[in-house]
Design a protein around this ligand. Sequence first.
Ligand code: AMP
Length: 615
Amino acid sequence: MAQLSSQPATRSRAAAPPRNPPFLPTPIEAVILAIFPLILIFGTIYSVVSPTTRSAPYDPVAQSHHQDPSVVPSYFARKSNIFNVLFVKRGWGWTSLAYFAFLFTHPSIAASSADFTPRKVRGLIRWALATTWWFLITQWCFGPAIIDRGFRWTGGRCELAKMEVAMGDTSIGEQLTAVACKAAGGKWKGGHDISGHVFLLVLATGFLIQEVGWAMARWTGRRSEERAVIMADGALKGASVESDANIGAGGSEASLGLGGKFAAGIVALSLWMLLMTAIYFHTWFEKLTGLLSALVGLYLLYVVPRPANLPDLVKTTFAKALSEGELNYYPTRVALLRANSIPFQLRFSPALANKPKGPPPDPNRKPFDPFANPSPALKITDLSSSHYLVLNKFAVVPEHFILATTEYKPQTHVLEPADLDATRACIEAYGSAGRDGGLFAFFNCGDHSGASQPHRHIQLLPVARMRDGLEGPDGEAWGVLAERLADGTVAPFKTFTERITLDMSPDELWNVYLRLYRQACHAVAPSQDEARAEGEVIISYNMAMTSTTLTVCPRLSEGQEITNDAGVVVGKLSLNGTVLAGTALVKSESEWDALRENDAKLAGLLEGIGIPNRS
Ligand code: AMP
């Protein structure tokens, strides 16, 4: 007899395991950001160790070595060197030009340079914010720029040239900016002079790496970078970094383009000039404050606005949509049954019987496609140019969400590497499965699979939310069936399972899927030729993916009639891919009662949905 827990499902546990705090850079960013202080430290040490540089006379007022060609230690120690004059002095202009070239020409951002896609608009806004930071620090901040104000606050002033002193002109000392002081013939002396060069070069490099880095990484074939939209720790780059256009997008956008190459060139030159600045100009402390001023800007621009991570984003979008009445959530009662000794959740949602039914299909009109233009209240985020995430409008499990293709693709075609890779990325963002973590992904394909929508979509359920309402020993006993299959558990119906890892490439994952799909096809129709690797599928099946397993289950029927102990048919148990999690859902009290009367009934019904495992 089933153990019953009839309280409505509640959110009893925290959904996600601890992750990278949202207010800290992600690990990959931290490694990239570390390059800046390392260059500065290396340059400063070099300047002390190198005999030529150490022995060259230094002018602390000019923040440089004496510029006389006979004593200056290197071409790059001259302020008049061509790279300084033409590049660094106009550094933000070059950075902006490179970014615009990328933004307006790279194929992943817009089909044509004239299209103002949301990505392009977001990119322009970030550029404007970065430019504002550069402007406030170096040009104007409601009066003198922050660098000039800092100099004055630390006791610096414009020192009079001897001539003016002799003539009794003291006004020059009150010049408020370095530029005005030098133009008036004074010397900007005595204060802390934040290194404008270090500031500019770090800000420019950091900005371009954030904006264009994913394309550079993809171009150089670095896989971990190309899929950086959802970081391994679950952090979502979403609003801040537009690598989201590339996850799972296959190889079609692997080109860097002219704009990307231009930006890569600017990054390389900026890093070189940062090293030259580190060796030949300013004190270490002024270089440090230059670095910190740039890092604060990058932090405000890229880390602060970042959504915490995918689980948090799903949770908050779900809570908001629910409170605004944009989605229907159907609370359930839950009982734990045993189907051939496998712990199986049976859920009953009384409210589901009242689920709004759409108008009957009109053969003269194209059926409504819920994934063509998802409601903004339900949309979670774009994941790539090929996939996006949306909440399930009719949720039985809280935070049930869906990975759909942006462009229409048929649900009944063989899945593509990008579909599997996008699913993998979502699973990775939820961490490995365990009591409170993990994501269960399932896919319904074909008439007997429980599928209803023809637009390609893979569904995603946080495992912690699937456990809601299952307290105590029941909660301990239940686990995702697909994971148990890999450990040797035998389901009442035939399944094909392989172990996977989340660092598999899109093609490796797809090969596992294809192998399992072909085994399923062979099991259903042994005499048929090997199933094709693309186009329309030849069987109905469910697929399930977790952080460790991929399972394909051939389906021969969507459901089975439920009879009570008196042999009277009381309803029908319809099952989709959630069966591979070890869950089933009924919509009426009589079905709920009939199934709980005898656990063997459920096992019998499950056998009938696919190829019975006893045969
Ligand atoms: P399937 O029935 O397997 O094809 O999955 C389709 C899923 O889409 C179901 O879980 C539905 O609840 C869900 N769904 C239906 N209409 C919408 C909609 N307008 N927005 C979001 N999800 C929807």
